[in-house]
Design a protein around this ligand. Structure first.
Ligand code: ADE
Length: 257
């Protein structure tokens, strides 16, 4: 997987790829990236990249010319001349909401081109001419599109084959439509709180059942919407459905007491 990131602040992207899982994945040749400074493609001697919006309104917009020249320089043609090729994604609060399913699909691509906005956003004509997909990482407005691009990179990068072990992905949050179970490591007692006995028992089947129950409990509490959708779409097997029924009934009984 190759990430091409167009930004006014390449140092943010460079700092990310210099550390942690992503640095190791680069060393191992599994992923690669380039951070392209849009300012290098500005036309005037002040290297201007923003201007006021037509029609008035607050703030500044990113100019179309430097951004489109940067896209062309990394080999991205206009949509009309580009029947295939890499996904060109603009990170924006007006995009479709990012989630684990989208992360999985994007992780299967060979290259992602990410456009990071600053100021109040980019000129609509850049979107019309070059962008295949607009993605939001949540219902809030960031000052830096780079933070959104890094969230997308971080979520997809770990799903690229061999970056982390497949086992780590099996039972994590959102797999199978449930959130993750609680986890504990040494010491056995910390600040008077003991690791649940079942996890020390060595009884694999009991541990599996306990973890499923905890996943359902946590999902019911933090994200009941996931349980509703999971039910509607038939994500859950019989065992999970039984646990959901039991815990919802127990909750109902408590409320009626
Ligand atoms: N840029 C600013 N806010 C954003 C958001 N919530 N998601 C993606 N890009 C953004």
């Amino acid at each position: 997987m190759k990430y091409t990131v167009l930004t006014l602040f390449p140092e943010i992207i460079n700092a990310y790829f210099a550390t942690s899982i992503s640095a190791r994945a680069i060393q191992r040749g599994i992923i690669d990236y380039r951070a392209v400074n849009i300012r290098d493609y500005a036309l005037d001697k002040h290297r201007t990249c923003d201007d006021a919006p037509y029609g008035g309104g607050p703030g500044m917009l990113m100019l179309s010319e430097p951004l489109c020249r940067a896209l062309e320089a990394v080999g991205i043609q206009k949509l009309s001349a580009r029947p295939s090729g890499p996904q060109v994604i603009y990170l924006t609060p007006s995009g479709r909401p990012f989630n684990q399913d989208i992360a999985k699909k994007l992780a299967a691509e060979q290259e992602l081109v990410l456009v990071c906005g600053r100021y109040e956003g980019i000129d609509q004509r850049v979107i019309d001419l070059y962008i295949n997909d607009e993605i939001s990482i949540g219902d809030y407005v960031l000052a830096s599109g780079e933070v959104a691009a890094l969230a997308l990179i971080d979520a997809t990068c770990r799903l690229v084959d061999k970056v982390i072990t497949a086992e780590s992905l099996d039972e994590e949050s959102f797999s199978g439509g449930l959130l993750e179970y609680p986890q504990y490591t040494r010491p056995e007692i910390f600040d008077t709180i003991k690791v649940p006995d079942v996890l020390l028992s060595g009884h694999h089947e009991n541990i599996r059942r306990w973890r499923l129950e905890k996943r359902v409990e946590k999902t019911l509490r933090s994200r009941p919407d996931l349980i509703r959708t999971g039910r509607e779409l038939g994500y859950f097997n019989k065992e999970t459905n039984n646990v959901i029924d039991r815990l919802t009934m127990a909750e109902g009984d408590k409320e009626n007491e």
